[in-house]
Structure formats: structure tokens, C-alpha cells
Design a binder for this molecule. Structure first.
Ligand SMILES: C[S@@+](CC[C@H](N)C(=O)[O-])C[C@H]1O[C@@H](n2cnc3c(N)ncnc32)[C@H](O)[C@@H]1O
Length: 369
């Protein structure tokens, strides 16, 4: 797995010239291709076959944590090495870098031997980037005893973001709680599409909000937006309240929303659980063991929750309003079908650099079900 996919400066901010993402950014719009269904193009393996992300994640192990997290998770913005190498993020293991990493690791309140011990424990647990993780954990800990406790959790496989209590996503720092889904880099695609809007005061609902990362990122980019969020999981709801303040509701999909939103929603973000049940065992242990299955498991073909969202969306969308959800390549045809069945126009949007794919459903202006 390439380290560059992990929200690195290139993959997160500077697309390769000529890439689909570069052209999407140049035009100020995401690249929208006709859906596979409308072109009759084959979408490859059946939905029951693990997609490439599942496979690549399953192939990685705890011994390559930073790498294994590359395609999916948002991660922590790691400090730039002051001197002499000046590197940030994913670094090599040269002696030069180790020396300057050690300098950087000196923290007030944490003696050098405690940091050395943290590095040793992290390395023994299989962390390739033990120095980097030790730096992040030391910063979060502030004192020796807390550092030892955080390292212990990390060594047992808890995601780094849950251990330190935050993830950097799409230009915002998202607070996290243990047991709450860690926002993924690829979900930036949903935020980009959502914020490419001409609406003066968009009404945004972040359904299945988890930490509220999507709503928070959208509000950061569109401060005038009216943002609401909802989740079925009380821990996620509490976490989303940490991040968004008010307008966060608990309940099953649309049942959680206040009636006053019906027919008014201009952007419905729904990053639903969409892993096919049979693929759950193939996920990395970090996800399997530390993220709730309700956040991951989307049923036989991964689209159970999405189908419910699509069928309920028209009642809540304003004319011209859009529904946005992440899907996998193998889910494309079925997702398009579900959106059309609900009476919405469907498009599939890709971002090759983010390795992301979104289904967009649009309610026709003046259109009714
Ligand atoms: C894949 S996570 C996405 C979280 C967040 N939107 C993000 O992108 O980081 C899916 C979320 O959907 C929530 N969820 C699952 N089933 C739900 C339901 N029936 N109603 C509301 N939320 C649900 C889970 O609790 C979980 O927080």
C-alpha cells in the first residue's frame, strides 16, 4: 500500500496533473460520468466478491499500521521534523531521520527514557512508524503515566485516532471517542461534491453521522449552511455533539429528524455502513475490533441501509436537493437502481486519487415521487 494515499500532501491536496481529480478541480466540479447502468458498461466482479479495498486491507497486517491505514483512515497530521531532514509524515528509517525524530520527541513533562520505552513498545507491537506514533501519542499524553496508558491501548490495536481522541479530516480536526467510526480520507469526495453548491443557505443533513465529520467539514467550507446530523448509536451521537454542538439527533435514519426538515433538505449526506456482511472478516482488525459493526455492516450486498435511505430521501429533499453516499465499484449498478426506483436522477462520481466513488441522487425541480 502506498503511503502517499494516506492524505499525504500529494494525494490530499495536489492531484497529479492529468488525473481525473486534477481535471475535476480545474473545472471546479467533481468528475461525473454516466452511470454504468446507463452505458451498459460492465462493472466487474459481482457484489459478493471482495472489492479491491477490502482485499488490500485484508492483506495488510498490524505490523504495517500506518501503511494498512493508508487507503482508509484519515490519520493524524504528524509534525514536520525540525532538522536536519525536514521530513513530515511518512518517513524513511535512515539513521539521519531517526536522530532528528528523537530530537523532535523531546517533550516537556515526559522524560526521554519514557519516550524511548514508548517507541520500543510500539515497535514490538508491530508499528512501522513507531517514532512518528510516539510523537503523536506524547503530544496527546502530556505526562509519562498517560503516555504509558495510551501506548498500551495502541499496542493492543486500537486505532491511533481513537487513542488520541481526534482525526484530521478535510481541513478540520474531528474529536473522536472510543468505539466511534474513524472518518476515512476517501469521504472527502462527499464533502467536495456537497460544497460545490450555489445555494445561499444550504440545509445539510449528515445522516449516519458517526463523529459528525462530514457535517463539520461541510460547515467549515460553507459557514452559512444549516447543518443537522443524526445517528442510531448513542456514542456516535455524543461524539457528533462534541463536534457540531446542536442539531444532532438520535434514531433510526429519518425517524431521528425533526419534522420541520421534511422537504427542505438541499444536501443529504449519508455515509451509511456499506461493507457486505461476508466481507467483514476481511477488514483489518482495527476496524473489525474497534469500530461498531453497525457502522460497517451493510447486509448481504452492503446496500441494505442505503436502499432505505434512497427510498426515504425524496420526502426529505427540497426540489433540486441531492443525496450523496459512498459506494464500492461492485455496488454501482444496484445503487443506481435504488436511487432511480426512489424517483431520483442518478449519477456516479469517481475520484481515482482518493479511490472514492459516490452515488448522487437528485430530486428534479418540481419533481415528485
Ligand atoms: C460508515 S459510518 C459513517 C460515519 C460518518 N458519517 C463518517 O463518514 O465518518 C456509518 C454510521 O451509520 C450509523 N448507522 C448505522 N445504521 C444506522 C441507522 N439505521 N440509522 C442511523 N444511523 C445508522 C452507524 O452508527 C455509523 O455511525
Amino acid at each position: 500500500m502506498s503511503d502517499q494515499r494516506r492524505g499525504s500532501p500529494r494525494s490530499a491536496r495536489s492531484p497529479r496533473p492529468g488525473s481525473s481529480r486534477a481535471s475535476a478541480l480545474a473545472s471546479g466540479r467533481p468528475s461525473i460520468r454516466p452511470s454504468a447502468s446507463s452505458t451498459g458498461r460492465s462493472t466487474g466482479p459481482s457484489p459478493t466478491e471482495p472489492d479491491s479495498t477490502d482485499r488490500s486491507r485484508a492483506a495488510t497486517s498490524f505490523s504495517a499500521l500506518f501503511r494498512s491505514r493508508t487507503p482508509g483512515t484519515v490519520g493524524i497530521r504528524r509534525p514536520r521534523c525540525a532538522a536536519p531532514c525536514g521530513q513530515s509524515g511518512n518517513v524513511d528509517n535512515s539513521d539521519d531521520h531517526r536522530n532528528c525524530a528523537k530530537e523532535r520527541l523531546v517533550r516537556p513533562g515526559i522524560p526521554a527514557p519514557a519516550i524511548a520505552e514508548a517507541i520500543t513498545r510500539l515497535r514490538a507491537a508491530g508499528c512501522v512508524f513507531a517514532e512518528e506514533e510516539a510523537a503523536v501519542l506524547s503530544e496527546a499524553a502530556g505526562d509519562e503515566a498517560t503516555l504509558a496508558a495510551l501506548v498500551g491501548r495502541r499496542a493492543l490495536g486500537e486505532p491511533l485516532e481513537q487513542v488520541v481522541g481526534y482525526a484530521d479530516f478535510c481541513g478540520v480536526r474531528v474529536r473522536l471517542r472510543p468505539g466511534v467510526f474513524v472518518p476515512r480520507v476517501r469521504s472527502e469526495l462527499l464533502v467536495r461534491i456537497a460544497t460545490n453548491t450555489e445555494s445561499e443557505r444550504p440545509v445539510v443533513v449528515d445522516l449516519c453521522c458517526g463523529s459528525g465529520a462530514l457535517g463539520l467539514a461541510v460547515r467549515h467550507r460553507l459557514p452559512q449552511a444549516e447543518v443537522h446530523a443524526a445517528d442510531v448509536d448513542p456514542v456516535a451521537v455524543a461524539c457528533a455533539r462534541d463536534n457540531l454542538g446542536g442539531n444532532v439527533y438520535q434514531g433510526d435514519l429519518f425517524e431521528a429528524l425533526p419534522e420541520g426538515l421534511r422537504g427542505r433538505v438541499t444536501i443529504l449526506l449519508a455515509n451509511v455502513p456499506y461493507v457486505a456482511t461476508a466481507h467483514i472478516p476481511l477488514l483489518p482488525a482495527e476496524a473489525r475490533d474497534h469500530e461498531p459493526h453497525t457502522a460497517l455492516d451493510g447486509g448481504t450486498d452492503g446496500l441494505d441501509v442505503f436502499r432505505r435511505v434512497a427510498s426515504g430521501a425524496p420526502d426529505w429533499l427540497a426540489p433540486g436537493g441531492i443525496l450523496l453516499s459512498e459506494i464500492t465499484e461492485t455496488q454501482e449498478d444496484q445503487a443506481v437502481q435504488a436511487v432511480r426506483l426512489a424517483g431520483l436522477d442518478a449519477d456516479v462520481i469517481y475520484d481515482d486519487d482518493l479511490e472514492a466513488r459516490a452515488i448522487l441522487g437528485r430530486k428534479n425541480v418540481g419533481g415528485m415521487r
